[in-house]
Write a protein that binds this ligand. Sequence first.
Ligand SMILES: [Zn+2]
Length: 289
Amino acid sequence: MKKYIKLASILFFIFIVFYSVNRYRNYSLSLMPKEYKLVKKIFDKFSLNNDLGNRPVSIIIRAGEDMHYLMVDTGICKDKKNICFYFENLDPFKKYRGYRSRDVNYAIKQSYLHGHANASASPTGTILINRSTFRVLEGKENFIAAAIAHEMFHIIQFAPFEASFKALKAWQDNPNKTDESINEVFLNEKQIIEAEADLGGALILLQADYPKDTFIKAMEYFYKQSGIIHTKGQSKRHPDYITRINLIRAFMNDESFHKKKIRDKSSPLTWRYNRRENWLKFYPNQITN
Ligand SMILES: [Zn+2]
């Protein structure tokens, strides 16, 4: 009998150790991939002299937009109009185990090696970053900070709500307007929101003690790494490169562009990480979690 009790306690002990190690591995901030560690470092710096709002923000590093083309190539994503969002959002730090996993895993690898630097924000309070961003911008931490500052401003804006609201009003004022012209209103308003996020992002960087010209240098580099910048499709969602650079430069040259100490800063941020679900999340100090 004694033997069984001894064996049971050893098994229980092994289980506890295994469970604790597993838990530590899944939630530990110190064991995060280096990309997430860098994102955390940047946000901690922002929070020292910025108000990052009053809701939690999640950051997800994902396989990225190249997955769209790669999945169409493999025939796994059949509809060419479909953006293959499911595959773009796959966890790049983990082996995919679903349908045609060999092809999908190879595509995740290619997306990292060939993909561009890009990030996006959702009004739900989520920032998505292509993993390739960290490869393309290796050693350029300030430029990664610029991309993140722009997206963080979109979170504060609840973008693209304001643009959609103006499009709705235009439609109400004139119900006979075609869908195309309503969409035109929406896209024009969206460009204004994008320009505001550039200026807001530039200010977040300045407030956090980055060199004054960081945002404009980063913007120039983003366009250079994307290669083709003159096509119509490129300039519909954002103002075109020249307009964008001119707006940022005018804003930065204005005398109001200087650092101000703020009282309602968001630091210290409270951080949560989940490796299994692939997200990193912060709570500004203004809210309790
Ligand atoms: Zn944007």
